[in-house]
Design a binder for this molecule. Structure first.
Ligand code: SF4
Length: 193
């Protein structure tokens, strides 16, 4: 299966109740030009409207922060753990995450990223669990990278805040920018094995 077939499958998916509320499923977009995938939590209202990831205010902050680092969002593959918007932007349930996870795993198999940048606790928790790590606070793992194998692909999972949290807490902006600069630049933090 290629990415296009997978996207079509996601758009028609009825595997969990979130399909009942969506206008559009949001499979993801971008490329693996830099070998990096960005994974957030779930689409919000703007994303649901457009069928594209990270296009609302939090997405604009992400896009601007990448641009500030000289990175075009087209050179990164951007997606979410859950591909349909939870009503009222609530946190996706464990069941919804489990139902949708096979799509993220298939994206990883197809795209073979060298690094995944997980934004926020839900994304970080879901991804780190795949490499056998439990995490309950983003503050405990943010700014760190962990090496592992996901769906047969060797990669690093690097963690930072979700841009929506940065918007709510402007004092996190500098840390967020520095984390992305580190994850996208040459100076990687030491791997946490
Ligand atoms: S959230 Fe995922 S599993 Fe649920 S309906 Fe949407 S694509 Fe399917």
């Amino acid at each position: 299966m290629d990415l296009e077939d997978l996207n079509e499958k996601i758009k028609r998916c009825t595997r969990c109740p979130l399909h009942l509320y969506r206008k559009n499923a949001v499979p993801g977009e971008g490329s693996l030009k830099l070998g990096i995938m960005i994974v957030g939590e779930a689409p919000g209202a703007s994303e649901d409207e457009e069928g594209r990831p990270f296009v609302g205010v939090a997405g604009q902050l992400l896009t601007k922060t990448l641009a500030k680092l000289g990175i075009s969002r087209d050179d990164v593959y951007i997606t979410n753990v859950v591909k349909c918007r939870p009503p009222g932007n609530r946190t996706p349930t464990r069941e919804e995450i489990e139902a949708c996870l096979p799509y993220l795993l298939q994206q990883i198999v197809i795209l073979k990223p060298k690094r995944i940048v997980a934004l926020g606790l839900i994304s970080g928790k879901t991804l780190l669990k795949l490499v056998g790590r439990e995490v309950d606070k983003i503050g405990n793992v943010r700014g760190k990278c962990f090496r592992g194998q996901v769906a047969g692909v060797n990669l690093e999972i690097c963690l930072t805040y979700h841009p929506a949290a940065v918007l709510r807490n402007p004092h996190l902006r500098e840390v967020f920018e520095n984390d992305l600069a580190t994850f996208f630049g040459g100076g990687l933090p030491p791997l946490n094995k």
